[in-house]
Design a protein around this ligand. Sequence first.
Ligand SMILES: Nc1ncnc2c1ncn2[C@@H]1O[C@H](COP(=O)(O)OP(=O)(O)OP(=O)(O)O)[C@@H](O)[C@H]1O
Ligand SMILES: [Mg+2]
Length: 343
Amino acid sequence: MSATPGAATWDGPAILVEDVHKAFGEVQALCGVDLVAERGQVLGLLGPNGAGKTTAVKILTTLIEPDRGRALVEGRDVVCSPAAVREIIGLAGQSTAIQEELTGRENLEIMGRLYHLDPATRRRRSSELLERFELADAADRPAKGYSGGMQRRLDLALSLVSRPAVLFLDEPTSGLDPRSRLGMWEVIQELVSMGTTLLLTTQYLEEADELADEIVVVDRGRVIAAGTVQELKNRVGGDVIEFEVVDRQHLTQAAEAVSVLSELRPTVDAEAARVAIRVGASGSASLVETVRRLDALGIRTEDLAVRRPSLDDVFLALTGHGTEEDNGAKLRSRRGRSAGHRA
Ligand SMILES: Nc1ncnc2c1ncn2[C@@H]1O[C@H](COP(=O)(O)OP(=O)(O)OP(=O)(O)O)[C@@H](O)[C@H]1O
Ligand SMILES: [Mg+2]
């Protein structure tokens, strides 16, 4: 099998996408997207419903071809050498690859067979993955009886049977409860620590924050921002500390006390007896300092919290529109009390 010339000695990035376009009939799903992921890094592809995330993943995993542009995985061109790309990648897509009638173990074994692993290796890897994803107890039950979280874990396990060098996870935690989400993050972090390059799509800034080295924000088929999570957060002003003063008489004094935490003046909402102050990247440290200062003055507060920018805040800052149009309920339910401080 001939890969892209030079692929064997490729020393470029693990994932390289240049000016990729893809239309589905009238719908322009990708319009000139560029992406780079260095080997061993986690690239987070962030965007609301319909942004083009899955389309990009499908192109990189050879499921569909781009109309224009170039996409390479470890130097292998997805259009010229799709088989060579498939040899080194794993994919846990947005819709599951699980065969529900089969048990977890059978699903894994069949995947091993697809990759031509010998029977002993297949058995060993299946058992290892079942252990690692806490599916050992359920290993011999049909997967259709698994909970959503268990199915997600099995799906991720399936993508790892071949020990891929480059892994694609399309919204790996959507639909998971907070505990399962944390569990999934841990597993993903473990994989990355072993050197896997990962492209991860998500609708949640906090997830990208937790997992990604670099993130690219896409909207309507275009890249609208790229950088580290902190860089993006800084573009929306960073963390905000906010609290309510129990005794209104202390409102001015409270605002004065926290004003040293930032170069920006605190915002005071006299009617709600609330104070908010932007503190850049230092949310946690500033929270401690706020408590200390207000305590020293004997000022009682309620609802004291750091509010970190959400994807919605980033979107608003970058595009002038939120993600609500497409995606309202989901983001709103996760956003909590974010209204009122989008300066
Ligand atoms: N096979 C297809 N046929 C027609 N339109 C498609 C097809 N696949 C994707 N699209 C359209 O392309 C655009 C991008 O879709 P894509 O699935 O890549 O978005 P996404 O960012 O993954 O969204 P989500 O967060 O909902 O998964 C959408 O407008 C979608 O309707
Ligand atoms: Mg998608």
